[in-house]
Ligand binder design. Structure first.
Ligand code: PLP
Length: 389
């Protein structure tokens, strides 16, 4: 065990089952440990490092901003935050943005926005319920845990906030039943359930959600914390489906490695918040915003077609393997169900210099969007060998 690992065991809260590796630096799609061993990154720090590591433009943007102005309270205007909000609105179809520091915070903001929207219209506590999907994941704060439609998260930390109702994903009838009682202000969903095992919601279902929510003046809120920022081959995954949600949340890849979350408010909800109704000390911090602006400028249609091409390559290579049962997901967010134990498989891959993730029983692949073909091909070859065992 290295010193770092011994000190970690003594001084860190034991919230993570860590792998016995200490990373010290990264470059492109490669990570290096204390001994200088090179690993190909197929996880992006769980969908964060969209441009890989040590990207020259991103370093310049962030360090220049750090030298100019690292932080000013949200009581004042700052240029990078404003510019980023404008760009996100122009590219998403949303109208205003609230910045926080994480995915959970972005979803907390969405939950508050939905409750406030209904409160303004029909009175407080008349329509407080937010419908979410079984098998979803929305974060680790108390409200976002309550929003998460997996029982295993609903223990030990109660009482949890109330006002959440779970429905079966891809089941329109179940959704209709949940909306029948006139107490619902919003439906919150991921188009691809990431932590839930890289499970795609059907296009027809997403369109039905949009139609049913519109008819009932209920908000459609899409959690793009994991699927956003080019991950699925569009800037935001709902853009595959010719529909516009009322609220979109994102984080992870947004600032390319710095902590930042955004809750983007569409036309119907753009004015729900007034001064004092929500806030964050660090949200929209100039350094994070400068990093995010750099990421946004790099997330071009050209990059998205590369994401699609690399996705097809992984699918073509892994789907036909006799030990592979299915490959699910979209773009560079893929889940591989095989007859290998996913946890064991990830450990073996790490030993062989490939960093990958699990999602429930699946191997989960979330490489940097900029991964070069040479690294991708090597990683896929190693994955094939380990799955073929
Ligand atoms: C879909 C989704 N929403 C929310 C979150 C929570 O994000 P954070 O860990 O940044 O709070 C995650 C994290 O995995 C996620 O995948």
């Amino acid at each position: 065990m290295s010193t770092v690992q011994e000190l970690d065991a003594e001084y860190l809260a034991h919230t993570y089952g860590r792998f016995p590796v200490t990373f010290v630096r990264g470059e492109g799609s490669a990570l290096y440990d204390e001994e200088g061993k090179r690993y190909i990154d197929m996880g992006s720090g769980i969908a964060v490092n969209v441009l890989g590591y040590a990207d020259a433009e991103w370093i310049a943007a962030v360090s220049q901003q750090a030298g100019k102005l690292a932080h000013a309270s949200n009581l004042y205007y700052t240029q990078p935050q404003t510019e980023l909000a404008q760009l996100l609105c122009q590219r998403s179809g949303m109208k205003r943005v609230f910045f926080g520091n994480s995915g959970a915070e972005a979803n907390e903001c969405a939950i508050k926005a939905a409750r406030k929207y209904a409160a303004d219209k029909v009175g407080e506590n008349v329509r407080p319920v937010i419908v979410t999907m079984e098998n979803s994941f929305h974060g680790r704060t108390l409200a976002t845990l309550a929003a998460t439609g997996q029982d295993m998260f609903h223990h030990d930390f109660g009482p949890f906030p109330t006002g959440f109702r779970y429905v079966r994903p891809n089941d329109v009838r179940d959704l209709k039943a949940a909306l029948e009682q006139d107490d619902v202000c919003a439906v919150l969903l991921e188009t691809v359930q990431g932590e839930g095992g890289v499970v795609c919601l059907d296009e027809s279902y997403l369109k039905a959600v949009r139609k049913l929510t519109e008819e009932r003046d209920v908000l459609m809120m899409v959690d793009e914390v994991q699927t956003g920022n080019g991950r699925t081959g569009k800037l935001f995954s709902y853009q595959h489906f010719d529909l516009l949600p009322d609220v979109v949340t994102t984080a992870k890849g947004l600032a390319g490695g710095l902590p930042m979350g955004a809750c983007m408010l569409g036309e119907r909800v753009k004015d729900v918040f007034g001064p004092g109704s929500h806030g964050s000390t660090f949200g929209g911090n100039p350094i994070c915003a400068a990093g995010a602006l750099c990421v946004q400028k790099r997330l071009t249609d050209e990059l998205f077609s590369e994401v699609e091409r690399k996705s097809r390559y992984i699918l073509q290579e892994l789907s036909p393997l006799p030990n592979v049962k299915s490959v699910t997901g979209r773009g560079l967010m893929l889940g591989v169900e095989s007859n290998q134990n996913a946890g064991q498989l990830v450990k073996r891959l790490l030993n062989r210099g490939v960093v990958a993730l699990t999602a429930k029983t699946k191997l989960r692949l979330l490489p940097p969007l900029t991964i070069p073909d040479s690294d991708l091909e090597t990683a896929v070859q190693i994955i094939k060998e380990e799955i073929n065992q």
